[in-house]
Design a protein around this ligand. Structure first.
Ligand code: XMP
Length: 213
């Protein structure tokens, strides 16, 4: 079974609530990042908690350990169940994020390789693989790996064993869910759902990956 994670990159609270309400039967989790939090504040997490979908904080934290810990503590105090941090910052910063997540009964996912075309400028050439090793050493719960490059995500899968993989890039960025679903634990979908005139129908299209049927 592959979870469907809604990337809720809308700028208005009312729209965010409306989309989650409509898509709720067909999604497993909601990922919130800078667009919505900068527009509406971290309190949006409490508002969305009504829909009982675990919330993932996509802040791609990339800072020194102390600042990372402060950010993660704030995230978990607001009701998020997971946080995303960058891996290129190194072992101590990743450990700080993992430890803070686990102290708060939450999860930490580490970006290994991003989904957009420019990601190859720096993440290829062994960097993503080194980050995957760091994820294992640091005891993180999983990685973020690209649906736009299933062959790369398969390589990263071979390095992290049964840790979880959440994969953005399906839909608007061109990633094919059929090609990635069997490799990952969750597919992250944003615009293909929230820009649809019928977000429920758009989310329902991914239901086959949740059930595996
Ligand atoms: P779309 O609209 O393209 O939204 O379906 C994708 C969502 O995922 C985020 N994103 C990433 N997050 N590593 C990440 O941690 C990535 O490689 C990556 N690529 C996309 C994006 O910000 C949006 O919320």
């Amino acid at each position: 079974m592959t979870e469907i994670i809604l990337a809720l990159d809308v700028m208005k609270k009312d729209k965010a609530v409306s989309i989650v309400q409509k898509a709720a039967p067909y999604i497993d989790k909601v990922k919130i990042g800078y667009p919505l939090v900068l527009a509406e504040g971290l309190g949006i997490a409490e508002i969305l908690s009504e829909y009982k979908k675990p919330l993932i904080a996509d802040f791609k934290v990339a800072d020194i350990p102390n600042t990372t810990r402060l950010i993660a503590e704030e995230v978990f105090s607001r009701g998020f169940s997971a946080i995303i941090c960058h891996g290129f910052v190194g072992h101590d910063s990743v450990r700080a994020c993992v430890e803070t997540a686990h102290e708060n009964m939450g999860e930490c996912y580490v970006v290994t390789e991003m989904s957009h075309p420019g990601a190859v400028d720096f993440f290829h050439g062994g960097v993503a693989e080194r980050i995957a090793e760091l994820v294992c050493e640091a005891g993180a719960d999983g990685i973020i790996a690209p649906a736009t490059r299933p062959e790369r995500t398969a390589v990263l899968r071979s390095l992290i064993g049964n840790k979880k993989i959440l994969s953005p890039g399906v839909g608007a960025q061109g990633g094919d869910p059929d090609a990635i679903a069997g490799i990952v634990d969750g597919i992250i979908v944003g615009r293909a759902i929230y820009e649809s005139s019928d977000p429920a129908a758009a989310a329902r299209q991914y239901s086959c990956f949740r059930t595996g049927i």
